[in-house]
Write a protein that binds this ligand. Structure first.
Ligand code: FAD
Length: 389
């Protein structure tokens, strides 16, 4: 083995594939029993519906290099993501657009009138000066009525915290579209892997110089590829949590986690769309995913009397929970600085991916970041003696 990759998510798989293609013998370990990290999905045998096991994943990118790269392993469907939100017993399109505004205010405004209305409500909200918390910041951007309808309770549910107690920095901007465009992503390319996420990841790992070992934890000293066994001996690309690598020496980094509850319900179509947000506090979950809608082209293979839905709730992660979104408080950022300094001195280890860098990364960002690390030559440089031998 010339290189050990810890984590079979998209960052780890991209590095492994590039390294194997360059002639290195790569071993990939993951503590889970499947490839693909959080982007993994599997087909529910009873309904034939592909279920994204860690919540909805839609591939989107404007990065030509990433788009060219991913299509070596899978074709993509023409799926275009659209999201709706239920508030006060009415369904609105998101992100907030001209359709949302006219429906919400009961108007038939054109773009300029709508822009003036939102700007006026935002200016009224700014009366108190520089915003110091999320609520004031949001009101200064879109005004109180839209904030209270679409942001306040949804944010409170996401963070289990009153938005008046969250820092203003949690939101940088709240885009409002003054057209009827309600495609969720604005990227050039978008779609779902035509044959599912699993076959995509398997194709990436199929190189004969890649050896995958699932159910293998880097910190389990009983297995031969543990941190203790390989440290300083084999170059490592590590995509697990950076704080865990250093035994939380500077304290744990904060994450939000999701509670995802999957249910098969006895109707063909539960909500008519892939994702429905619930903006109000009377519904305890933040959104409901319905997976059949990701693949209308597979309807002849889907059960016609049942459908699979997933309710999502969000909360701060406790020890043992899956980390999903970095909280990034000032204390977290201070701790991260310490870990990054320690990482600089760790022999032959590259930290990457969303857990290794403590950054939210979409799939295309994880791939782009791995491709950059690979082309920087840093991994190959450290593995080169092995390659030459
Ligand atoms: P991960 O996919 O997390 O992979 C890291 C891997 O390391 C995991 O498999 C883990 O088991 C393994 N690991 C950790 N510790 C150890 C250890 N000690 N030993 C061995 N293995 C270990 N992106 C999009 O582009 N579109 C979307 O629609 C989208 N939706 C998302 C929805 C949710 C709810 C979330 C949380 C994320 C979403 N993402 C989406 C982002 C995407 O899931 C990933 O963040 C991205 O693919 C990053 O990949 P990664 O390889 O960095 O990390």
């Amino acid at each position: 083995m010339d290189l050990l990759v810890v984590g079979a998510g998209l960052f780890g798989l991209t590095i492994a594939e590039r390294a194997a293609e360059s002639g290195l013998r790569v071993t990939v370990i993951d503590r889970r029993d499947h490839l693909g990290g959080n982007a993994w999905s599997s087909v529910d045998a009873a309904t034939g519906i592909e279920v994204h096991r860690y919540g909805s994943h839609i591939f989107h990118t404007s990065n030509e290099r990433v788009w060219d790269y991913v299509r070596r392993f899978t074709a993509f469907t023409g799926y275009r993501h659209r999201v709706y939100s239920t508030h006060g017993g009415t369904v609105y399109p998101l992100p907030i657009n001209l359709g949302t505004l006219n429906q919400f205010f009961g108007t038939a405004m054109g773009p300029e009138a709508a822009r003036a209305l939102v700007a006026g409500q935002a200016a009224e909200g700014l009366a108190g000066g520089e915003p110091t918390n999320l609520e004031d910041k949001a009101i200064s951007l879109i005004g109180r009525p839209l904030y209270e309808a679409f942001i306040r309770d949804y944010t409170a549910k996401q963070w289990q915290t009153d938005p008046r107690e969250l820092p203003a920095s949690v939101i940088a901007r709240l885009p409002v579209r003054y057209t009827y465009e309600n495609r969720y992503f604005a990227d050039t390319y978008e779609g779902l892997p035509a044959h599912g996420y699993g076959p995509w990841f398997e194709a990436m790992a199929a190189h004969p110089r890649i050896d995958v070992r699932l159910g293998t934890d880097f910190f389990d000293d009983a297995q031969p590829l543990s941190r203790g066994a390989v440290r300083g001996r084999v170059p490592v690309v590590y995509t697990g949590p950076v704080d865990r690598y250093f035994d939380e020496h500077a304290g744990p980094l904060g994450w939000r986690t999701l509670d995802l509850e999957t249910e098969t319900v006895p109707v063909r179509d539960f909500q008519g769309t892939s994702v429905m947000n619930y903006a109000d506090l009377d519904v305890p979950y933040t959104r409901v995913h319905e997976f059949r809608h990701y693949h209308p082209e597979r309807e002849d293979r889907h059960a016609q009397d049942r459908t699979v839905i997933m309710r999502e709730r969000s909360r701060f992660a406790l020890p043992g929970d899956e980390p999903y979104y970095p909280v990034a408080t000032p204390q977290d950022r201070e701790r991260l600085r310490t870990y990054r300094a320690l990482a600089e001195h760790e022999p032959d280890v590259h930290f990457g991916g969303r857990l290794g860098s403590y950054l939210y990364l979409d799939m295309h960002m994880a791939i782009a970041s791995a491709l950059s690390l690979w082309t920087s030559g840093a991994v190959l440089e450290r593995s080169a003696p092995a390659l030459a031998a």
